[in-house]
Design a binder for this molecule. Structure first.
Ligand code: SF4
Length: 426
């Protein structure tokens, strides 16, 4: 997490508190941690590297058993730092299994309520409380000058058979439209060029009659240069959303729509609300409505009962779909979910071999997508010298000296390199 001064924060007296952040997991966790960091800094705390901190805030993820393992490792690492900081732990593992975290050491404090983390940090550090409502908490973060994630929604009630998230985060709740728009206005004023509307299930956005399309329209009216949507479930890619995407120039031509499996049998067993035919129809509608649209996806490999035929169907579907990028997840058994109770769990070696095959297919698709951009004019938001992101979400590399971070440049892609970046000339 960056620690440069927040441009719009009013000068505050230093309270002497030094805080570090270790953030694991999804984009929502990142936004939540950045918000806590901004609130603490607005109250006079200093953001420092872990080694110099009085308090380390660890935001955990619990989406897989590996995520649990990483979360505990991060807490242990913080406990082992020479200065002996207090470790405040929040996030999904804190909500699901506080006991396993507090047992790691006496200096661990678990705070599952994210809105209470900043106050808890001050409390455990013995710093007097402050009125958070008076703090201008302009968020900072990686890419602060160019791109910021804006949390517009939290929670999910889909209860997919494999997923622990609804148990950790609860039912969908929208950030009020007025608050989301105010946050984007503040980011625009601070020089941010692109916002990523983020949530656990953003298609469930609903505030006083406004859904996601109305939210996008309101965000666009702030004058933000680019708007990107984070992951959206297939059932929410509807006509109203596509109309707004097509008619709002600031909305990037990119959707991330989780597929999870290309087998109807597996999709049913997962408790997903669509089949492959519906997903394919959605792709056709979306691409017709939004010219140049890139669609990326998630696939889970090795769900209980997944057969070789199901696996082959997933790869065949991916090849038909032409995704721009595929995130591959190995199924992880999460206690408390319906899938964890199934007797037909797959052997880890089978899961690993299938994941490698799906990953290989995804890499091929990504290279094919990038190759399809060669020769095209791309609008790139420069994020760091020589690097930026095109409207379709592709990372683009170009000679240093072409634009400064925050600039929009138009370039022609002339090659694809081994990292998948499109190399460009201008
Ligand atoms: S839609 Fe399914 S996978 Fe996504 S958070 Fe909700 S329950 Fe989990």
């Amino acid at each position: 997490m960056a620690s440069e001064a927040a441009p719009s924060a009013s000068p505050v007296a230093r309270c002497g508190l030094k805080v570090a952040f270790r953030t694991l997991g999804c984009k929502v966790n990142q936004v939540e941690a950045e918000t806590v960091a901004a609130t603490l800094r607005g109250g006079g705390a200093e953001l420092v590297p872990e080694e110099d901190a009085d308090v380390v805030v660890v935001t955990t993820c619990s989406v897989t058993s590996e995520a649990d393992h990483k979360a505990r490792k991060a807490v242990r690492h913080a406990l082992g730092l020479p200065r002996g900081p207090l470790v405040v732990v929040t996030g999904c593992l804190a909500a699901l299994d506080a006991a396993s975290l507090t047992s790691l050491g006496e200096r661990v404090v678990v705070e599952a309520d994210k809105s209470a983390v900043a106050a808890r940090v001050r409390e455990v550090a013995g710093v007097p409380p402050c009125d958070e409502s008076r703090i201008t908490a302009t968020r900072v973060g990686e890419g602060f000058h160019t791109r910021a994630m804006v949390k517009v929604e939290d929670g999910c009630d889909n209860y997919c058979a494999y997923c622990i998230v609804p148990y950790a985060r609860g039912v969908p709740r929208a950030v009020p439209l007025r608050s989301a728009v105010s946050e984007v206005e503040a980011l625009v004023a601070a020089g941010v060029r692109e916002v990523v509307l983020t949530g656990i299930n953003i298609g469930r956005y609903a505030d006083a009659g406004a859904g996601l399309p109305e939210l996008i329209t309101a965000v666009a009216a702030t004058g933000i240069t680019r708007i990107r949507l984070s992951s959206i479930e297939p059932e929410h890619v509807d006509e109203a959303l596509l109309r707004v995407m097509a008619s709002t120039p600031s909305v990037c031509e990119h959707l991330h729509v989780p597929l999870q499996s290309g087998s109807d049998r597996t999709l049913r067993a997962m408790g997903r609300h669509y089949d492959t035919a519906a997903y394919e129809a959605l792709l056709a509608r979306a691409r017709a409505a939004v010219p140049g649209l890139a669609v990326s996806t998630d696939v889970i490999v090795g769900f209980p009962g997944e057969t070789e035929q199901d696996h082959a169907a997933t790869i065949a579907f991916m090849e038909r779909a032409g995704f721009s990028k595929v995130h591959v997840f190995r199924y992880s058994r999460r206690t408390g979910t319906p899938a964890a109770r199934r007797a037909d769990q797959l052997d880890p070696r089978t899961i690993a071999a299938r994941a490698a095959a799906v990953r290989e297919c995804g890499d091929r698709m990504r290279r094919a997508h990038l190759a399809s951009q060669v020769g095209r004019r791309l609008e790139v938001l420069v994020e760091r010298p020589g690097e930026g992101t095109a409207r379709d979400g592709s990372r683009v590399r170009f000679p240093v000296g072409l634009g400064h971070p925050g600039d929009l440049v138009t370039v022609t892609a002339d090659a694809v390199d081994e990292h998948g970046f499109a190399l460009v000339a201008w």
